[in-house]
Design a protein around this ligand. Sequence first.
Ligand code: 3HC
Length: 287
Amino acid sequence: MATASEIAAVGVIGAGQMGSGITQLAAAAGCAVLLLDADPTALSRAVASISASLRRLAAKGQLSQAACEDSIKRIRCVSTVQDLRDADLVIEAIVENEDVKKKLFVELDKITKPSAILASNTSSISITRLGSATKRPSQVIGMHFFNPPPIMKLIEIIRGADTSDEVFAAVKSFSERLGKTVICSQDYPGFIVNRILLPMINEAFWALYTGVATKEDIDTGMKLGTNHPMGPLQLADFIGLDVCLSVLRVLHNGLGDNKYSPCPLLVQYSEVRNTWLLTPEIIAVYS
Ligand code: 3HC
């Protein structure tokens, strides 16, 4: 199994916001990155946004022009799991659905080299259960990045019941190589950050739902009253209401406490209206 300094080739699955940010970080740290997505439009959008982001860093003098262009060249877009056969580390950042992730892990287990580490950027799904879908549970680990990954300074590492000490040590030093601070969580629903963050966001929805205050006052209250960079409702939009709902359901089912039960307003916005934006018009309809 590769140690952190031997991780030379990284596979990233999912060219959304998280996958793009992770790709940028790994390429800037000197890795060859294979970015996998079945949707060619998502891949070209990701490469355009990564290139723009790296060039912005170069323009600000935080990266040399040569390092910026070399990082962009290290990224290769691929469209099948088979293309990841030579990766030392694969990080998946696909949809937050346990069955879909398990199927992907079964595939990855079959095609990646025996020494490869398989990591999930899941927000809340059990790493032990994802690992048990493979024949290498000791090499399966949670590597939870925060949005936007190039800016947020944290990686939360989650050890499954079977994750080995060697794999934990390799992923911890690799995360530090990406310039991040690492915290380690045991494999409980929501891990550390989302276990605490999502109940706060849910409570903000309850405050709006029960007419405590306007969306603007709830967000301003938390921004200026507790120095958060974004209010909880704006942050929920930023994370994605579908992701917020899915994490709350994992907390509710896994911890069996009604305090995690998602506010009906969040369910309405996310599922019934199928909208991700708390526009004044939508709030007027539901509050
Ligand atoms: N990618 C790269 N760089 C970005 C970026 C992105 N997506 N968004 C902003 N930036 C950069 C800007 O270029 C700017 O850089 P500069 O200061 O060197 O010019 C810097 O970040 C600040 O950006 P802005 O001035 O445009 O905006 P803000 O000062 O409002 O910062 C923010 C934007 C960093 C997103 C800030 O609002 C913030 O920290 N918000 C909270 C984010 C947060 O809590 N994320 C975690 C969510 S939970 C999660 O992800 C876990 C999941 O499992 C649910």
